[in-house]
Design a protein around this ligand. Structure first.
Ligand code: GLU
Length: 263
């Protein structure tokens, strides 16, 4: 009887310890939101139109940010529950895997390769990869890239991998983030910079001496990335997304940020 009483005491303690040992990334987010409604989003902070830090307001602003706020409001009742953590193309998956963030909303293309590591929401934006060049460049499209040209791309992006397929002879120089890549283009370290058309249009808006060279040469459907084994949270995000598409909030945000884009 004594042993039984002891077991009754020890067993719940062991169970508690087992629960306590769950890593942050393993905790079911939809369950956690019942106690703590904060949703931590990984976002870009150097990408005009999508996620850009505004020094004047000390706020991060852009399409991805507003979509994250709208989804947070839909899911938790208050957009102020959205918290933002800076990611780059290279750091976003590791930060998600470590449980530093609950979701990535950062110009991220849904790809089969990435699906091995993370799950994705439904597509929330359609982009395509393009080239940015100085206004006076002789490069008119991706077919003008050769062994004599250098293209600047960002580490961890699909753009860096795609350009090697579409222009196998060109040199590719990979930088840490988009502000570094554009600075390298400005200082002549490369002949062109490559990433999604929407990101490049954001750069052109602030730097009128640059232009796109040719149209899109890939499809880049953006999704929100969520850790594996968070199926309920993926469903929650998708149903919140459906609501903001239906009630006009998505269109409002789209029209606020996204300029006219050619296919
Ligand atoms: N959409 C592409 C990607 O997910 C390029 C933009 C980015 O680097 O975030 O890799």
């Amino acid at each position: 009887m004594k042993r039984f009483t002891l077991l009754c005491l020890i067993f719940p303690l062991l169970l508690l310890a087992a629960c306590g040992s769950k890593s942050i990334a393993e905790v079911d987010i939809t369950e956690r939101l019942k106690d703590d409604p904060t949703i931590t989003w990984g976002v870009k902070v150097d990408t005009s139109l999508f996620g850009l830090y505004n020094i004047k307001t000390s706020e991060i602003e852009g399409f991805d940010i507003d979509i994250a706020k709208a989804l947070t409001e839909e899911i938790t009742g208050d957009a102020a529950n959205a918290k933002f953590v800076e990611v780059t193309s290279k750091t976003r998956i590791p930060l998600l895997k470590n449980g530093n963030i609950d979701a990535i909303i950062a110009t991220m293309t849904i790809s089969e390769e990435r699906k091995k590591q993370v799950d994705f929401s439904d597509v929330y934006f359609d982009a395509g990869q393009a080239l940015l060049v100085p206004g006076n460049s002789s490069i008119q499209s991706v077919s003008d890239l050769s062994s004599d040209t250098t293209v600047l791309a960002v580490k961890g992006s699909t753009s860096a991998a795609n350009i090697r397929k579409h222009a196998p002879d060109t040199h590719v120089l990979e930088l840490e983030n988009y502000s570094e890549a554009f600075t390298a283009l400005q200082s002549g370290q490369g002949d062109a910079m490559t990433t999604d058309n929407a990101i490049l249009l954001g750069i052109i808006a602030n730097n009128p001496g640059y232009r796109l060279a040719g149209g899109n040469f890939t499809d880049e459907p953006y999704g929100i990335a969520i850790n594996k084994d968070q199926n309920k949270f993926v469903e929650t995000i998708n149903s919140a997304f459906k609501t903001i598409k239906e009630n006009g909030v998505y269109d409002e945000i789209y029209n606020k940020w996204i300029p006219e884009m050619e296919e």
